[in-house]
Design a protein around this ligand. Sequence first.
Ligand SMILES: Cc1ncc(COP(=O)(O)O)c(C=O)c1O
Length: 435
Amino acid sequence: MKPALDAFWMPFTASRQFKKAPRLLTRSAGMFYWDDNGRQILDGVSGLWCVNAGHARPKIVQAIQAQAAELDFAPPFNMAHPKAFELAARLAGIAPPGMNKVFFTNSGSESVETALKMALAYHRVRGEGSRTRLIGRERGYHGVNFGGISVGGMVGNRKLFGSLLAGVDHIRHTHDLARNAFSVGQPEHGAELADDLERLVALHDASTIAALIVEPIAGSTGVLLPPKGYLQRLREICDRHGILLIFDEVITGFGRTGAAFGATTFGVTPDLMTLAKGITNGCVPMGAVLAHQAIHDVFMNGPEHLVEFPHGYTYSSHPLACAAGLATLDTYAEEGLLTRAAQLQAEFGAALHSLQGLPNVIDIRNFGLVGAVELAPRAGEPGKRAFDVFLDCYEQGLMVRVTGDTVALAPPLIIEPAQIGQIVQTLRGAIQRTA
Ligand SMILES: Cc1ncc(COP(=O)(O)O)c(C=O)c1O
């Protein structure tokens, strides 16, 4: 039976189009979804960049079922349950050295708000309360809450919502088709764009700046890769001026780039790191902020009966999420998934770059198991061409994601080479049909 579609106000959806031709997913397993018409759909985007180990993995399913029966909820304020500590320790164990304090949230957006607040409070607690300015990057995506859209740089997500947070500025984005189009892996040109942070230091003075937040790979804005040397340079400039560096690893975490985190892959350790999505394989909402020990320790002063960091959520470290998280980390480890993207990167990249030369394809980008095909917009209809490709792919049994006129790919890390071929073949047909 088809449900009535009226009442549900859908998130980030072209809802009138959707309700005319709904795409209802009813089942999932491994690399696939099935819809309410029984159609099998290859998942080219890990649900929404989150189902990194593939769908309905037995160990994760069983862990959630068992946890619901054993301990459904435990208050997280001045109380806890053992799996929260276990999961925090496991996450610290795969994080870059020193990033060993874990604060749990329920989403990427909440992780971002938490990290921004940690950065502000860190400076205040250590006596540099003038550092209140937050710096983001043009075209950045950091979720949808007020802090996140303020430091974010996607105009469509900002323009309806008033004046946002005060005291925020942005460095330039790194997307440079003129110099870097069709780069295989990280682009050669653009490390110097990191120096834009020096421009903001000169404008505002370092003594007013708390933190810089960037995604190691900007995903939601269309998969923008860091030019070689760029992230290292950001780290150096932050260090020079006492600015905290926050990596938003909500999509680059958990194996997407070929190591546990983008920080590891790119060899740059931030001060704070935001996580979500792959932390539970998308099965139960959860996020986390990993903080460097040195950040955390600054808070550990004052009377011992008082809260040191007045922040948290009713569902921080929810038992179901912790159980799912532990089973997810087991699955990643048992199947070597956190490094599988590094093994498949060359094959995935070559397959994707074979689309160069098709009509309207103006760039192809790849790193790990992240890919993007950027299309020339239809005249006067930005976003329409890629949306048509998305619809065509769905009709052909492939789920991709579009943002602007870029088609983004981020398949589950269990993908087999034949399925890479299937993704690229379907995309090829869709691009040709919608030309
Ligand atoms: C880099 C980044 N940060 C934050 C978020 C927000 O996560 P959520 O949708 O779980 O709030 C996303 C979601 O795609 C993201 O890609």
